[in-house]
Design a protein around this ligand. Structure first.
Ligand SMILES: Cc1cc2nc3c(=O)[nH]c(=O)nc-3n(C[C@H](O)[C@H](O)[C@H](O)COP(=O)(O)OP(=O)(O)OC[C@H]3O[C@@H](n4cnc5c(N)ncnc54)[C@H](O)[C@@H]3O)c2cc1C
Length: 258
């Protein structure tokens, strides 16, 4: 883990209200793995660093993909090429692909695509077949192609691909996969956790985007209930086994708390 001032290479809005920022961070990129995250200082007026998943690792650069939802991400969206970003990372545990895995299915709800692209690119490099179910509210929010990955597109309004939710398609595709990886809202995880035979027996890892304080296990602000007791999202996660979490006790992040 390192804290560095990372020069911004580019920053653009690639989807309405979603920015892709590229930073020069060779020290962090060298250690980073899919599913890990960094925390970024978002200006003098935002108290806590904001956690963001590693979206891409490219020759000493990191790409971060983020939705503009509040003060911190609005500040980030206004940063320009040539400025620097104070980041700390890589943090957290990351996704674990087992040695005997040949096929992986990724399930992305909205901005949940951010960490899954990193995992998809690494898996394709390692010779693993990758399918991705990507769901958004409408067509304009969809992410473009990912090399070597079959994308099954879903929209709530039916403007692109299948009409519905990613979890509607999941049961029919899950059988193909050796392992499942997901990132999305709590409601998506709850639906997945309630699925029976469709995904039973499959290893399902999910990335939990819980509000966190310090990001390094000191403040315990991101503690969540699991069947093995309380765990911290920043240090024990953010990747957990789907069935490990006590979903009925988890609440979605609240507006502008810190
Ligand atoms: C490990 C981890 C990885 C993450 N990776 C990404 C990523 O790659 N891309 C991305 O866009 N977001 C990601 N998030 C969520 C991101 O950290 C928050 O959206 C961000 O902190 C909001 O800051 P803000 O100051 O703009 O908003 P705030 O003013 O703090 O809050 C505004 C809105 O954002 C929501 N919000 C705040 N914090 C979170 C949170 N942690 N998760 C979900 N919603 C939140 C609130 O409910 C509220 O509606 C990640 C979170 C975690 C814990």
């Amino acid at each position: 883990m390192k804290q560095i001032l990372a020069p911004i290479v580019s920053n653009s809005e690639i989807i309405p209200d979603v920015h892709l920022i590229r930073i020069e961070a060779p020290q962090v990129a060298a250690e980073a793995r899919p599913g890990q995250f960094i925390t970024a200082c978002c200006g003098d007026d935002v108290l806590l660093r904001r956690p963001l998943s590693i979206h891409r690792i490219e020759e000493g650069q990191l790409a971060l993909l983020f939705a503009v939802v509040g003060q911190g991400t609005a500040w980030l969206a206004n940063r320009k090429q040539g400025e620097s970003l104070d980041i700390l990372g890589p943090l957290g545990n990351g996704f674990k692909v087992q040695q005997n895995t040949h096929n992986i299915l990724l399930v992305a709800g909205g901005i949940g695509i951010a960490p899954l692209v990193c995992l998809a690119e690494k898996a394709v490099d390692d010779g693993i077949s990758v399918k991705l179910i990507l769901g958004t509210a409408t067509a304009t929010q969809h992410y473009s192609e990912v090399d070597g990955v079959e994308i099954i597109r879903v929209t709530e309004d039916g403007s692109l691909g299948e009409k519905g939710m990613v979890t509607d398609l999941l049961p029919s595709i899950a059988g193909w996969a050796d392992q499942l990886f997901a990132c999305g809202p709590i409601s998506m995880y709850r639906t997945m956790a309630a699925m029976g035979t469709e995904i039973e027996g499959k290893s399902v890892q999910i990335l939990l985007e819980q509000v966190m304080g310090c990001g390094v296990g000191a403040c315990r602000g991101c503690a969540i209930p699991t069947h093995q007791g309380m765990k911290m999202v920043c240090q024990n996660g953010p990747v957990f086994d789907l069935r490990e979490i006590m979903w009925e006790q988890i609440t979605a992040p609240k507006i502008g708390q810190f």
